[in-house]
Design a protein around this ligand. Structure first.
Ligand code: SIN
Length: 285
């Protein structure tokens, strides 16, 4: 039976052993008290990702909610020309064969200060399929052997958006939401510690992913691949994950500093429309 923790009016029901909790009795479109925002933030720190159902808020209310947790992060490579740059619409149409978030990743890991989190709101979802999986990178790090922890302690991983944007990406083929491919686009590359420390909890997490991580700093791609592959596979073992089934009006708010996620590509015949706002973060250390 799931554990239900009632704190004031907010109910918190963990979804899996390592990551994820559903929060209820809160209207995210309302002008929430500082105390409720603090409870949501604490639940996020405790569970890595928090979920809500039966929400209904427009773009302005979505922004107001995000701003309670930090500044809005402007996504650098989605093609939002002519649209509101603070919003990324994640849009799948029937027949799309690529989707946003189709590999395990933490968001926008190639910039110096990746977002601390994202709030994703479901506008239209299929009756089934199109779930999202999350993985706790703090649990993944903790479960490594002491020898492996020692070996990776000082490694930095070079992250780049070369696979997911720009003229050579294949991700835009048959995908409704597009990354920039224009001539002015330049790849962004930054080296971050492969073991990062959470700025609020002090907990260590693995920090490398399939969308952005290319190689270890000071090593070739070929030299890096075996260990990088191992860490990426390890970080998504089932015991570190949870799976969220969306409904219209559901919300996921994830801590991008200590989790990874993947959108499950199994709803080829359906439309799926989500609105995402990211919240600015710090440089990983
Ligand atoms: C993302 O990677 O941010 C998208 C996740 C989803 O659409 O489920």
């Amino acid at each position: 039976m799931s554990k239900l923790i009632i704190s004031n009016n907010l109910s918190i029901s963990p979804l899996a052993g390592a990551v994820g909790a559903e929060l209820s009795n809160v209207d995210l479109g309302a002008d929430l008290s500082d105390a409720t925002i603090a409870q949501i933030r604490q639940a996020l720190l405790d569970h890595g990702v928090v979920f809500f159902h039966d929400q209904d808020f427009d773009t302005d209310a979505h922004k107001r909610l995000a701003l309670r947790f930090g500044d809005i992060f402007i996504h650098p490579f989605f093609d939002t020309r002519g649209q509101d740059p603070e919003i990324v619409m994640i849009h799948r149409e029937p027949g799309d064969t690529h989707i946003v978030g189709e590999d395990w990743h933490s968001d926008t890991a190639m910039v110096e200060a990746p977002p601390m989190g994202a709030i994703l709101f479901a506008i239209e979802v299929p009756d089934y399929g199109g779930d999202t999986l999350f993985a706790s990178q703090a649990h993944a790090y903790n479960a490594l052997s002491d020898g492996m922890k020692r070996m990776i302690a000082d490694l930095k991983v070079v992250n780049s958006d070369i696979r997911v944007a720009g003229p050579t990406t294949t991700r835009n083929e048959n995908r409704t939401t597009k990354s920039r491919m224009d001539a002015d686009w330049v790849a962004t590359e930054t080296a971050h510690p492969v073991v990062r420390t959470h700025p609020e909890t002090g907990r260590k997490s693995l920090y490398c992913d399939r969308s952005y991580s290319i190689r270890f700093e000071g090593m070739t791609e070929e030299e890096s691949a075996p260990l990088l592959d191992y860490l990426m596979d390890w970080g998504t073992r089932p015991e570190f994950t949870c799976r969220f089934r969306w409904r219209k009006g559901s919300v996921a708010f994830w801590d991008n500093r200590c989790t990874k996620h993947i959108a499950v590509d199994d709803s080829h015949r359906d439309r799926r429309i989500m609105r995402r706002i990211q919240i600015a973060g710090d440089r990983p250390f």
